[in-house]
Structure formats: C-alpha cells, structure tokens
Ligand binder design. Sequence first.
Ligand SMILES: Cc1cc2nc3c(=O)[nH]c(=O)nc-3n(C[C@H](O)[C@H](O)[C@H](O)COP(=O)(O)O)c2cc1C
Length: 350
Amino acid sequence: MRIGHIQLANRLFAAPMAGVTDRPFRQLCKRLGAGYAVSEMVTSRRELWTSLKTSRRTDHEGEAAPIAVQIAGTDAAMMAEATRYNLERGAEIIDINMGCPAKKVCNRWAGSALMRDEALALEIVEAVVAACAPHGAPVTLKMRTGWCDTEKNAVRIARAAEAAGVAMIAVHGRTREQGYRGEAEYDTIAAVKRAVSVPVVANGDIDSPAKAREVFERTGADAIMIGRAAQGRPWIFREIAHFLATGQTAPAATVADVRGWLLEHLDDHYRLYGEVAGVRSARKHIGWTLRGLPGGERFRGEMNAIDTCRAQWRAVADWFAELADRCPVMPATMPSDRPAVRPAALPACH
Ligand SMILES: Cc1cc2nc3c(=O)[nH]c(=O)nc-3n(C[C@H](O)[C@H](O)[C@H](O)COP(=O)(O)O)c2cc1C
C-alpha cells in the first residue's frame, strides 16, 4: 500500500479524531499495528497556529514516519498556506478534512459541509495539491458518503479529486446529516473504489477483526481506517492484522501487556501536555481502557480526584497490577461507546 511515493507498513489506519489522536496516541497505535495514523485536524486559521492547542498538534518530534497532517478550512488560499506551514513543520502527507460533521471555521462550516459545495471543495483540493507539489508531498482526502441521503456525491467528488491530483481517498460510510447516527454503509465506499484508481480507504463502525475482513470484502478497499474502536483499545490493530494474516483470532492481550502500554502512553502524554493538562486529558484514555473491566467504573471515579501526573501514573500502575493477579487476560472485545456495539463474550473472571 502506497500513498503517492510513500510506502506504508500495512493497510490498517488509525482515523483522525480531534482530542484523541494526538502524537502519543498515534505513536501507540503505530507500535500496536497501525500502518498509518493521521493527525488531529489543524485549522487553516493562521491566528490560531500559535495557540497551545495547535502548536501541540503541529509538533511531530520523534513521530514515526510517515507524518500525515489533516487540515481543515473553507478558503483555498488559507488551506494552501496551512499546507505550507505544516510541510515546513515536518508533515510528509497533507490530508484535507471533508469528513468532520461539526466544525465551524471562519463562520462557515468546514469538514463534511464542503461536500455540499463541490466547486469550493475542488478549489481547495487544487490549491492544496499545488502547495504540496514543490515538496513532492502527496495530498489525501477524507470525506463522507455525501451531504444527506438524497445527495450522496462521494463518487463525483472522488473522481474530481483524483483528476486534481489527490493520491488517496478515505470515506466514512455515513452522510454529513447522519452525524454518527445509524450504521455505516459500505456500498458507496465500494462505488468510490470502482470509480477511481488511487487507493481508497474504508471507514466507519469497524470494531472487530471479523468486521475488518467483512469491510475489505464488501468494499474492495485498499485499506481500512479505525476510529472509536481504537479508543482505549489500540491493540485492535494487531488483533486485526493477526486475523487477516492467519484467519485465526489472536490470543487475547494480557492485563500485564495493557498495563505496560497504558503506562508508556501516559509517560508520552505527560511529556507533551505537562502536569496540569496532562493529568486531565489522560483521564479519558484511562477511562476508555477501563471500560468493561471488573471494578473499572469505581476506579475511574476515584481516579478523577487525582490531580498530579505522578499520582495518576502510580494509581494506574497499582490498579492494573492488582487486576493482573485476579484476571490475567483482557476481555476479547471491549464495550464501545456506541450502544449498537456491546461486549462479546467476556472471560470467566467477569
Ligand atoms: C472524537 C472524534 C473526533 C473526530 N475528529 C475528526 C477529525 O478531526 N477529522 C476527521 O476527518 N474525522 C474526525 N472524526 C471522524 C473519524 O475520523 C471517523 O471517520 C469516524 O469516527 C468513523 O469511524 P469509526 O466508526 O471507526 O469511529 C472524529 C471522530 C470522533 C469520534
């Protein structure tokens, strides 16, 4: 699998998620089997580039290649400028956000709202491709199936984007109007795959190795992209890789493994965010990891009262060490935030 001239390790991608897929989490996903991970979106609004939030998002210190940065905006010239800004800071691939359902930029809806204005969408694609050309950096596009059920224009946009020079297209199988409701559909993704010759990535509701295989088969996509199912469970990438390679379910991760990964993640996280922001923003990752674990809910409540990184790290280390004695193996499937997806068989100790 290649994006332009850039060779990827495999066909399993971590989806960009604002507030989640920061550098420490992307690194963790890559260590646990993701071949590719795109940054959280960076706004095209220049005045925000020096904000703490954006400067963290544009800091790629020590990040494993390839470094892919997603940009969001509604103005072609600003998007071109944001492209150059990110390329100068280490980005090797620029991804255009036409998938996010609720992001207002410059008082106009960006993200998937661009799918409603195909002329503007194409103008942005052309401007970003032109800005990348001197650097030889590929441009990718992430979009939805369309604006609403009656306006599914993903195929038309994909064809135009390919003609304009886009090197890969990721499609989330929902419309803008759907938000995250209902279920992802894969027929439109399959239609996009048939319509273009650049690689196509299928995204939406992939939460298990079996679902990963099903989505590959139903869409013919070159790669799949996983978002929410990787929250608190980034080892899903290696579980999927194992299943696709062997047809067998991977041995369940041990609690000791998860303890080690989570503690490493926390170390990285604190380094990027510092004491105050670090301890707070780590809570969501810890909370996701605790889902479905015996006593996890109670520990999550206790942990919210801890306000130093050191104490948080220690509490997590001790809690997981104690759990490992009682219950060495993680549940085969973690419960998801989405009500449609419930935990599958939990091991006997649950
Ligand atoms: C918390 C959160 C933040 C997201 N942020 C972005 C974003 O910044 N850019 C983007 O293109 N998509 C964003 N998405 C959409 C995901 O990339 C993905 O398309 C969507 O979650 C469907 O995939 P999934 O079912 O595997 O989660 C976000 C999703 C979530 C849940």
